[in-house]
Design a protein around this ligand. Structure first.
Ligand code: C5P
Length: 297
């Protein structure tokens, strides 16, 4: 018996970051948008817990119990008092350490898959609770679509999206560590007054209208200066995408993937082509948004 779950990547169309909290996390106003780049996670009954991964970035994925998919299986099994004896296979298409929540996506997918395989019948609320324990971005991967995340990003309110957005993603040569980017954010902000993070009504309105031009004008990411500080060459990628006809470009989450919003599918192709030719990135991908959350296939 096995179960496969398909799960999307995300881009943040707004990421407002507050000052570091006593627990080291940062309060966020995080406007998540799920994009049509997917991992597929298959869980199969096995003698013991085992993780395998295939895909272009597979060598960078940890296969031990630090993998969020393994942690998700262990968390659900622990709550039910059963053994997490499953083989988890991740067919990975989402860039690793890229700021697109690929690891979080695998956690949400493995949780849903184990719930189905074991017939645990967990409620949606319980699955969301377990996701929030696993990581700040994991609940959103379960629900998909678009949502405002507050707290450390795990408290979600679903958002309306009135149309399809066409994105191009430029993958960088090496990943960035999310904690390192937050630490750089703290360092850059030392001695300054960091305001409470709040969602931008302009961002929510542009999403609700499905208006790419309006959204492009208000995209923002407070982690971008920190990501650029750690990886200055990302400025060249951003410039290349904008010059090629993107409405706007920004660092996706903690980076180093850069995301470009385009007016239509054809422009997306042109921007992707120009980014590849610019030599400022490792690879490019086109994806539409919004995408559905984790789904059994
Ligand atoms: O929640 P998650 O484990 O994905 O977070 C990874 C790291 O990112 C945390 O250890 C922390 O350094 C940083 N983080 C943060 N504030 C958030 C979310 C993540 O500082 N709201």
């Amino acid at each position: 018996m096995s179960v496969t779950v398909r799960v999307p990547a995300k881009v943040n169309v707004q990421l407002a970051v507050g000052a570091a909290r006593p627990d080291g996390f940062h309060d966020l106003a995080n406007v998540f948008l799920a994009v049509g780049l997917y991992d597929e996670v298959t869980v199969t009954e096995a003698e013991e817990l085992r993780v395998t991964c295939a895909g272009p970035d597979a060598a960078q994925v940890p296969l031990d119990r630090t993998n969020l998919a393994a942690r998700a299986a262990l968390a659900l099994a622990g709550r039910r008092g059963v053994e997490a004896n499953v083989h988890i296979h991740i067919a990975k298409d989402i860039p690793v350490a890229g700021g697109m929540a690929g690891g979080s996506a695998d956690g949400a997918a493995a949780l849903l898959a184990c719930d189905a395989l074991w017939g645990t019948g967990a409620s949606h609320e319980e699955l969301l609770d377990i996701c929030a324990e696993l990581g700040s971005d994991v609940p959103f991967a379960l629900v998909g679509g678009a949502a405002l995340g507050t707290g450390r990003g795990e408290k979600l309110r679903a958002l309306e999206v009135g149309g399809t957005f066409h994105w191009v993603f430029a993958m960088a040569h090496q990943g960035l560590s999310t904690p390192a980017v937050f630490r750089e954010f703290d360092r850059l902000g030392e001695g300054t007054d960091i305001p409470e993070p709040t969602a931008s009504q302009d961002v929510l309105d542009a999403l609700a209208k499905g208006d790419a031009h309006a959204l492009a004008a208000v995209l923002s990411n407070d982690l971008q200066p920190a990501a650029l500080s750690l990886r200055p060459s990302l400025a060249d990628t951003l410039a290349a995408g904008r010059a090629a006809g993107a409405l706007a470009g920004l660092v996706s989450g903690s980076g180093p993937t850069t995301a470009f919003l385009t007016p239509d599918a054809r422009t997306a192709e042109e921007v992707a082509e120009a980014l590849r030719a610019s030599g400022t990135c490792r690879a490019t991908r086109i994806a539409e948004a919004p995408a559905a959350g984790a789904t059994v296939v």
